[in-house]
Design a protein around this ligand. Structure first.
Ligand code: ZN
Length: 312
């Protein structure tokens, strides 16, 4: 069995004006999973709302205070892209707590059938830095999960692979000086947020940060070639005990925010290879968490296809 995290509290994060990062994304994905029959084959994870202490695994206290203050004066904006509604703090705590729960669940079992999880969370997280929410992101869910694994479960090494079309600047920032975490990101460049050059390699040029910029129009075969050429050997060298995936689906051809030309097959194949690597190094432990992706039909179809891979 494979875990799934879906929670209606994620719908409480709700813009009061047209915005691509909207609750309908998860509604469309859940409908498609139900219709395909895949949803019934997962085992639901029960997330908790992350405590301040859990949020501070990846964020400063002032970061928490920024989000709490915004929540009290909601609806408001943290920057031109990042809204906070009345329910945003609750949704964001459950998203972060969900990653903690997913990490606990896959790391506390020896059953090879219980070591994968698909976390369909909102708001997304990978742009949130150590001390600043930004880019639709309030708390960095994947970073909180990774830190929980290292600090609370005593894992020595974790890998985070960021497949979102935008650079995961927040995750990079949080782990810049922490070589226990391999952070590998494939992203379109130039594009928001503007970081993610190959010479950004981590503190002391250590190489535990791996940035692979992609040109506009990049399709499946070039994308997968770069993935196999750079990401796979980096994971093999790092030998992680857990692999986390920041799954942004905004690299799909139809996405309104970017101009890569990927099909869902690129994501299915990349995740299939990560499942293999997880089998080799970390008892199969693999957690896939949703970041961006804004074309409802395209992301729903892709999540169904990825689910079928994860459920194997
Ligand atoms: Zn994105």
């Amino acid at each position: 069995m494979t875990w799934i995290l879906l929670d209606h509290r994620f719908l409480l994060h709700r813009p009061d004006y047209p915005h691509p990062e909207r609750p309908e994304r998860l509604v469309a994905i859940e409908d498609a999973l139900k219709e395909s029959g895949a949803l019934d084959r997962f085992t639901p994870l029960k997330p908790h709302a992350a405590t301040d202490e859990e949020l501070m695994l990846a964020h400063s206290e002032s970061h928490l205070n920024i989000v709490k203050a915004a929540s009290e004066s909601a609806p408001t904006m943290l920057d031109p892209d990042t809204y906070v509604s009345k329910g945003s703090l609750d949704a964001a705590r459950v998203a972060a707590g969900g990653l903690v729960e997913a990490v606990s669940s896959v790391c506390s079992t020896k059953d090879p059938n219980e070591v994968r999880a698909l976390c369909l969370v909102r708001p997304p997280g990978h742009h949130a830095t150590y001390d600043r929410p930004m880019g639709f992101c309030l708390f960095n869910n994947v970073a909180i999960g990774a830190r929980f694994a290292l600090r609370n479960l005593n894992l020595d090494k974790v890998a985070i692979v960021d497949l979102d079309v935008h650079h995961g600047n927040g995750t990079q920032d949080i782990f810049w000086g922490d070589p226990a975490v391999l952070f590998a990101s494939l992203h379109q460049m130039p594009l928001y947020p503007g970081s993610g050059y190959p010479d950004e390699r981590g503190a002391g040029d250590s190489g535990h940060i791996l940035n692979i910029p992609l040109e506009s129009g990049t399709g499946d075969s070039a994308y997968l070639d770069l993935f196999h050429e750079h990401v796979v050997p980096a994971i093999e060298a790092h030998r992680p005990e857990l692999i986390l995936v920041s799954l942004g689906l905004d690299g799909l051809d139809d996405d309104p925010l970017a101009t890569l030309a990927l099909t869902q097959n690129a994501f299915v194949e990349a995740i299939g290879k990560l499942m293999e690597l997880a089998g080799e190094f970390c008892y199969g432990r693999l957690i896939v968490t949703l970041e961006g992706g804004y074309d409802l039909d395209a992301i729903s179809a892709a999540i169904v296809a990825i689910s079928q891979k994860l459920l194997r």
